[in-house]
Design a protein around this ligand. Structure first.
Ligand code: 5GP
Ligand code: ZN
Length: 115
């Protein structure tokens, strides 16, 4: 099921372009349009779920596998030394797009980022 006005559903459908990084049957990862650091990736279930509590637990293995694969690819490909992995759930927590997503933010020596 997709939500008509959801930006990430439009990305899944190809109605809005994205820089795709990784894809499986149920998961899509693409570069954040406003990266807070080099290689900032968003990873989403293709199906629309508003936040972490709406996600079916059966999706968890595929999501974790994708997070690990994309994260490892970023570490090896970009030479990242570490990675912030985060998720905003709810407006009060800074969620702006209400289609559940993980932020993968590679970290580099002396990048000065404070998250
Ligand atoms: P949130 O605050 O909801 O966790 O983060 C939403 C993220 O989606 C932000 O980092 C923002 O830059 C990113 N974003 C919003 N619209 C688009 C878009 O159309 N394409 C891409 N690639 N990222 C987007
Ligand atoms: Zn959506």
């Amino acid at each position: 099921m997709s939500h008509q006005d959801c930006i990430f559903c439009k990305i899944v459908k190809g109605e809005i372009p994205c820089s795709k990084v990784y894809e499986t049957g149920a998961v899509l990862a693409f570069l954040d349009i406003a990266p807070v650091n080099k290689g900032h990736v968003l990873l989403i279930p293709k199906e629309h779920f508003e936040d972490v509590w709406a996600l079916p637990p059966a999706l968890a293995p595929e999501l974790l596998d994708a997070i690990q694969r994309v994260g490892l690819g970023l570490k090896q490909g970009l030479g990242a030394l570490g990675m912030n992995l985060g998720m905003n759930n709810g407006r009060a927590a800074g969620q702006l797009v209400f289609h559940a997503h993980w932020h993968l933010i590679p970290r580099f020596e002396g990048d000065g980022l404070t998250l």
